[in-house]
Design a protein around this ligand. Sequence first.
Ligand SMILES: [Zn+2]
Ligand SMILES: [Zn+2]
Length: 323
Amino acid sequence: MKSAKFDGEKISVIQTQKPLLDSQGAIIKVLGCGLCGSDLVKIKHKDKTAILGHEVVGIIDEINVFDDKFKKGDIVSLTHHYPCFECDFCKNESYSMCRTFKSSNIYPCGFSEFIKIDKNHLQYTVYKMNTDLKEDEMAFLEPLACVIRAIRRSGLVYNNDNSKKSALVVGLGSIGLLMLKALKAFGAETFGFDISSNRTDLAKKHGFSFREDKKFDIVFLCAGSSKSLETALNLVIDGGKIVVFSSIEKDDIGFNNNEIYYRELSIIASYSPSVEDIKLSSELLNSKKIDVKNISTYYNLDNLACAVDDSLNNRVFKAYIKI
Ligand SMILES: [Zn+2]
Ligand SMILES: [Zn+2]
């Protein structure tokens, strides 16, 4: 079968063995896989150990876990990590810090014709998808789950009345746009900011704008630039919250200590989703309460390197790799 390989310099598509179902789990015939910002960061950092592709959509091809949840032929979307639920991190609800979470993955990688997943994936990270959705829409299961976790960590609760809370998303790439849509689904008063007029125009088309005269209760940082930290500090209310949801290029630049102290700001980080967030993500996508139509651009697996290049150079908004 075909599978993508990254040697630290370039991405190629190689022929390799189809994975065997040699333990409890399933083989997924991959229909396609979203290209994530975190894949791009790993490529930029020449991380040759990276397992690229985790926003997988596929069909269950073989399965040896027999319950009433899944069967051969089901169309599913899935994510790559699951926690152990037993360690101190898990007990503290820091699921994405769990060592099992960090070491669990799909095999060999999302940009492959077939992948092997294990029984814990089936239990925690795989969802049957509404077949009215297009594949690229189904592939938002994982990114939307990440966004939901960030919103929940900011203190907003789904189905509560959040209409008195104002939220600002800084950085309106595909994940920022998803954050806007999810905040709206949570019922918060939602605004978006970006330095690029292309991105603010696109956000406007989706119904989101910016207000110059306002400060915001919660600011979500979805931009990979140190400049966005300053923007967040300028636009958050005194006593407000900043949710860090992106890495930045330079590690040595951080938030101004005295601004945080004298203005009593809360700086919160959110990384990856918990199992509960993946569940809510599947519900919001399948019920179409969050619409992710026409966000992605399709590429073939053979053109993965081109999709990466186009994404790194902002020529596309979000790439979906059709396998
Ligand atoms: Zn992702
Ligand atoms: Zn754990």
